[in-house]
Structures are given as structure tokens and as C-alpha cells.
Design a protein around this ligand. Structure first.
Ligand SMILES: [Zn+2]
Length: 504
């Protein structure tokens, strides 16, 4: 008998349906698995064999051929284990007719432990999405995640033996596990904890409202990381679609999900500068795993010590920053993964760290070298560049005096709404052509810009960025039409320089 059992695999952040076919023939005992399995999938042979025997079934001592259809796409991971085990049991005629009948509208996504237990796997939500017309059976630990995309058609089983009994109708399906918490159990750090930092606070608000990329320049101890961590709280909560998308990216990457299963707070990713290029953009394995740029989708990518990142890693940000996606390819697999995020960089103002004004000890050569590392194209990515200061004694000892996250968040939502109503995109994504229409500048503001261009402090590309920021600043003050000159001046001031002057 030939068996066909449904399951799925995942490439990038998308699930792909897979049918496991099994053929058992007389001949020398053997086991082959066709249909482009990766190494983990190929190892199913040993896991499945142990699980089948531990569950009280027998292992056929004949020639077993497994085909994973369609044969064009790569199959990755251990989520096909249960389907492979069932296909062998069907082909070997070890299952009762009632169990075989029970199989026809079910699909199975779980790894098998050697004792026959069902184990959770990464990427369940994208896989379940592609099996929507099936009842999907998963490990109890994957139930919450699977239920997000297949609320009516998710079942759990604890082990292979009881799974066969459930399919045959001999045992009722077990109750799903209790929900493990709701979406509100995620705490977001509040801006009220930040003392002082007027410019950096404004930078965060502009980044959240306009989708502008932000560079924080400040000495060690000035709280750049603390500031960046407060940006997700200022962004809108993820809507239903974005939330599912972010959850599926995280699932496909094999990262832990929140207790509720669903990601609702915009993510923040903080990769270290030593991280590999593959970890940054994704790919690598045959599963084309999402990288940091995709894990930051809908949220914030924070690069601390920006100057320490390899130029190749920074170059690789160009596509996601320009297109909001990252394209991966490897051998016969390609994937387009979502990767739209707000970029926040942080750096010391100079090689010695800067410190309090007047304490810089760098010589001119060191400053020049440092400046070269932050060449034009890198700095050009950041619309807003603000200085963060080490808080003074008065600020640390005094009562909290800045706005809390909720107050700024409300303003951010209103500003985003204005921009979307006016032009359909956030200010940070206005094209050069749209700027004249949606971000006209008052004549005296144009004079300011002309002066900056003439002395070479502003490039053509910089001019576009500056006008986008000025648009957001004007919106913040309720000036939704022509941008007044003082907002142009304010935008010019939000371009902190790096290693540009010697202090002390
Ligand atoms: Zn210095």
C-alpha cells in the first residue's frame, strides 16, 4: 500500500505544503528519503524508527522509500517526523482501517522524540497557514501559536500511540492546553525614566512619528541604549496583520514567542557588531532563516557602536531600508522576507568617547580617521542625528521631569494620522517628487536651505532628508501646510556631527 500524509515545511517566512509518500517493497531492508530533505530532515529516519518501536509498533524489515512531494522545493527541519511515521505505518498496514480513514483531512506538524512523544517545532504558524483546509495536529507546546492562524482546526496529541487512537476514534482528542496569558503581559520601558535628554527625546518622537531613522551621538554612560529601548513604546501597537506577520517571522527564526503566542508590541532588535552578515540579513541554512533585519520588521533595529559594524553588514541594510524587504537566495531556494524597520544607530562622538565637554583627548589624526569611518553614505541613512548627554547631578537627584511614554505616544499617533491622511505614507517615506507637493517650504526657509547648499554643508540627498524632518517638525506644531522657516532651522539643528571639532 502507498501512503500519502500531509505536512509542511518552511522557507524564509512562508510555509509550503508537503505530502509524504511512502512505499514499502520486498528486498533488502533499507530506508531512503527523497525530495530534497536537509540534514535535520534526513535524520528523521533514526528519530522515526526509535519512536515507532517505542510506541509498540514494529519497524518493517523491508525496503522503505519516502518521497517528500513536491520534489522541487527544499524540506527543512524535524516537523515532518510525525507525517513520515504515519506514512510508514499506513504503508506497512499496521493501522486499523478506522485510523487510516481518520487521516484523510488531517495534517501533522511535529517532531518525534525517541520515546514517541510529539515535540514542538519552529515555524508552526507559517506552516499552518498553508494547510488551512486541513485539521492541523501539533504538539501541545505549539498549540497557542498554531491556534493564532487556525483557530478552528487545531488539535493536539501527546505521543504517536495516542495519536493513532485519536485518529481511529478509539480515544477522544485531548483538550487543548489552557491559554498561557494575554497580549498585555509585555512590559515596555517608559520614557519617564529618562532624565533630561531634550534633544534625544525629540529625536525619538520624530523617529516614531515620521518613520525617520535616528542616530544618537553621545559618550558612554549617556543612556543611548536606554533611549532606544523606549522607541517601541512610542510606535503604534501592531495591527492584526502586522502582528501575525511579526509572529510568523519570529516563529520561522525559531525564536521564543510571548506567552500569549502573538507579538503585539513592535519589536526591537539589538544585534552586536560582531554578528555575522547572515545573522544580520538572514539566509545561511537551506531554510533561509530570517535575520535581524526581518526580526525587526514593524519595529526598531538598534545598532550600538555603529562604527564597529563591518562595512558589509552596513551595506546590506541598503535593500531593506529602501524597499522594506530583503531578498535571499541559496542554491534552489529564494525568498523575499519583510524587513521594514526604523533604524537607530548609536555612537560615541569621537574615539576617546568624548565624555564631558572639554575632556576629549583625541588628536586631529584620530578624529579624521574616525570621521572617515562615518562616511557620507552611512551618515546619510540617518534623517535625524541628535546628541545624548550624560545626565548631570541635578537631573539624577531631582524628580522625574520629562513626559511619559503615554503622552508622547498619543502625539505620535496623531501626527502619523495627519501624514497618512495627507499623503498616504509617513513623512520619512515621501519621495523626492512628492516633497514639493506635500512639504512646501516658506520662502525664508528656502533661503536657509540655499545658504547651506552653497557652502556645501548640505547635499542633494541631505536636502530631501532635511525636508522630510522639517515636515514632521511642522506637523508636531500643527503647521500642516507650508513649512515655516523656523522648522527648517530646527531640522538643520538635528544633524549632530561626529568627530567634527576638537574640544578643550
Ligand atoms: Zn575624543
Amino acid at each position: 500500500m502507498i501512503a500519502n500524509i500531509r505536512t509542511a515545511s518552511v522557507i524564509g517566512t512562508h510555509g509550503a505544503p508537503v505530502v509524504v509518500e511512502c512505499h514499502i517493497a520486498t528486498g533488502l531492508p533499507g530506508f531512503s528519503i527523497l525530495g530534497r530533505p536537509d540534514d535535520v530532515c534526513r535524520e528523521a529516519r533514526d528519530r522515526v524508527r526509535a519512536a515507532v518501536m517505542s510506541s509498540g509498533f514494529s519497524w518493517p524489515s523491508r525496503r522503505i522509500t519516502i518521497n517528500l512531494a513536491p520534489s522541487t522545493s527544499r524540506k527543512v527541519g524535524s516537523g515532518l517526523d510525525v507525517a513520515i511515521a504515519l506514512a510508514i505505518l499506513v504503508a506497512d498496514e499496521q493501522l486499523a482501517a478506522s485510523a487510516v480513514r481518520g487521516l484523510h483531512d488531517h495534517a501533522f506538524i511535529a517532531e518525534l522524540s525517541l520515546d514517541g512523544g510529539l515535540r514542538p517545532v519552529a515555524g508552526v504558524s507559517p506552516m499552518a497557514v498553508c494547510l488551512r483546509d486541513q485539521v492541523v495536529v501539533v504538539s501541545p507546546d505549539n498549540y497557542e501559536e498554531c491556534r493564532l492562524v487556525e483557530p478552528r482546526h487545531t488539535r493536539v496529541a501527546h505521543d504517536l500511540r495516542s495519536l493513532v487512537s485519536h485518529l481511529a476514534g478509539e480515544l477522544p482528542w485531548p483538550d487543548p492546553p489552557d491559554p498561557r496569558g494575554d497580549a498585555s503581559d509585555v512590559s515596555v520601558p517608559d520614557l519617564v525614566d529618562v532624565r533630561g535628554q531634550g534633544a534625544a527625546r525629540l529625536g525619538l518622537e520624530l523617529a516614531a512619528a515620521g518613520g525617520h531613522h535616528l542616530l544618537l551621538v553621545g559618550p558612554p554612560g549617556s543612556g543611548k541604549t536606554m533611549l532606544a529601548q523606549r522607541l517601541p513604546g512610542l510606535l503604534p501597537r501592531l495591527d492584526a496583520e502586522a502582528s501575525l506577520e511579526a509572529t510568523m517571522i519570529r516563529s520561522a527564526a525559531g525564536e521564543p514567542l510571548p506567552r500569549s503566542g502573538l507579538l503585539t508590541v513592535p519589536p526591537i532588535r539589538m544585534p552586536h557588531h560582531s554578528m555575522s552578515l547572515v545573522a544580520m540579513v538572514g539566509g545561511g541554512s537551506s531554510a533561509l532563516r530570517p535575520g535581524e533585519v526581518s526580526l525587526a520588521h514593524g519595529g526598531v533595529l538598534f545598532l550600538d557602536e555603529l562604527g564597529e559594524f563591518a562595512p558589509s553588514a552596513l551595506d546590506a541594510l541598503r535593500q531593506p531600508l529602501e524597499e522594506g524587504v530583503v531578498r535571499l537566495s541559496r542554491a534552489h531556494s529564494t525568498a523575499v522576507l519583510p524587513a521594514r524597520f526604523t533604524l537607530v544607530g548609536a555612537t560615541n562622538p569621537c574615539p576617546c568617547g568624548g565624555g564631558p565637554p572639554g575632556s576629549c583627548e583625541c588628536d586631529e589624526a584620530a578624529l579624521a580617521k574616525y570621521r572617515r569611518r562615518f562616511s557620507g553614505p552611512l551618515l546619510d541613512r540617518f534623517d535625524v542625528r541628535v546628541v545624548a548627554h550624560r545626565p548631570g547631578a541635578d537631573e539624577l537627584l531631582g524628580a522625574p521631569n520629562g513626559e511619559c511614554t503615554a503622552a508622547v505616544h498619543a502625539r505620535v499617533l496623531a501626527m502619523r494620522e495627519v501624514a497618512m491622511q495627507r499623503q498616504g505614507v509617513l513623512n520619512g517615506r515621501l519621495s523626492g517628487a512628492d516633497l514639493d507637493r506635500f512639504a512646501p517650504v516658506a520662502p525664508d526657509g528656502t533661503q536657509l536651505l540655499r545658504a547651506e547648499l552653497e557652502i556645501g554643508r548640505l547635499t542633494g540627498r541631505g536636502l530631501h532628508r532635511l525636508r522630510r524632518v522639517a515636515r514632521t517638525l511642522a506637523d508636531r506644531d500643527g503647521e500642516h501646510d507650508v513649512i515655516p522657516a523656523h522648522h527648517v532651522a530646527a531640522a538643520l539643528a538635528l544633524r549632530a556631527r561626529i568627530a567634527s571639532h576638537r574640544r578643550g
